[in-house]
Design a protein around this ligand. Sequence first.
Ligand code: ADP
Ligand code: MG
Length: 362
Amino acid sequence: MRPRGALARAALALAAGLALAGGMRALRPVPDVSESLYLFGTMVEIEIHGAEAAKARAAIAAVDAHLEKLHHDWHAWRPGELESLNAAIAAGESFTVDAPMAAVLAQGKALSCASDGLFDPAIGALVEAWGFHADTLPEGDPPSGGEIARLVAAHPRMTDLKIAGQEVRSTNPAVQLDLGAYAKGAALDLAEADLRAAGITDAVLNAGGGVQVMGSHGARPWRVAIRDPFAWGVVAALELRPGEALHTSGNYERYLDAGGVRFSHILDPRTGRPVTDIVSVSVLAQNGALADAAATALSVAGLADWPRIAAGMGVENVLMITGEGKMVATPAMRARLTPVGDDFPAPIRLVDLPAVSAPRCD
Ligand code: ADP
Ligand code: MG
């Protein structure tokens, strides 16, 4: 597989969500109900199988309202609960958040610790400095070396957060929270819970790079595909088991083009600079927040270090595609993948995960 240039990538960006959630269709007593919602800066597609239309639509309406609220509360740069919390942290004050916010922050802190800090939602100031606090692709120059060095030297870390019930404070005023790297996964986990509470058993939720399933599509599992980061199309397909989440982080949808260089929106908290050699990481896990956070962390870890981080985070199913189009995967993930067409776009090199114990943080 070879990189095929900016045009193909730009075209691909338009195809967000394409072919990611195509359930096989068979004769059935109740037609599937599907709806697309525009939330979290992306299309969220929900397809429900085996439920009466009115019940399915009511369930989707509940999800819509919930995700709308989360989008507002978790927004990294618009007025809302997270922005208020960030202002309090910058001022050295503690802040009382609502229960769902406390839960998602605690989850983010645990995931950040498990990733050895490579996934770190406290680096919002760096994300902002690189221009990614905008709905459109950033333009202009990258931040200066001096600015990056200053932001990195302040060492904002998720583990600086102290969460006591719903009261949150930070021991470091440089912490600026940006939940972008796991918000989609965490939100889809909550959406799944909403659907379950509404009596839905079989559904697929698909939000720009993240797809999660409940139950099955009748007699068949839900079948999904992983996008090709270089060309219009997919690199592999797989069947998701009930409750599984597949998240892909890539630098093909959000990036900064400056001086002939494409900078990824995934930053290495250790250097303050964008990830360079990895274009796509897919993680299959039992919940969306973990899969989403791990996909980001493994992008940062890169080709040499990702097995250690995957083991620390407890994820076993990983597919990584490098800037040169090389594909590497864990044996467990490889066993789940099937080619779409004759073969995979490149040979898949298998990498075993080391036996490491998860890092401990308080
Ligand atoms: P995508 O949105 O393509 O699924 P990610 O899940 O990797 O990609 O999220 C990337 C977003 O997460 C960035 O836009 C930024 O807001 C934030 N971010 C970037 N680097 C990191 C990091 N190392 N740890 C945590 N969040 C990050
Ligand atoms: Mg992510």
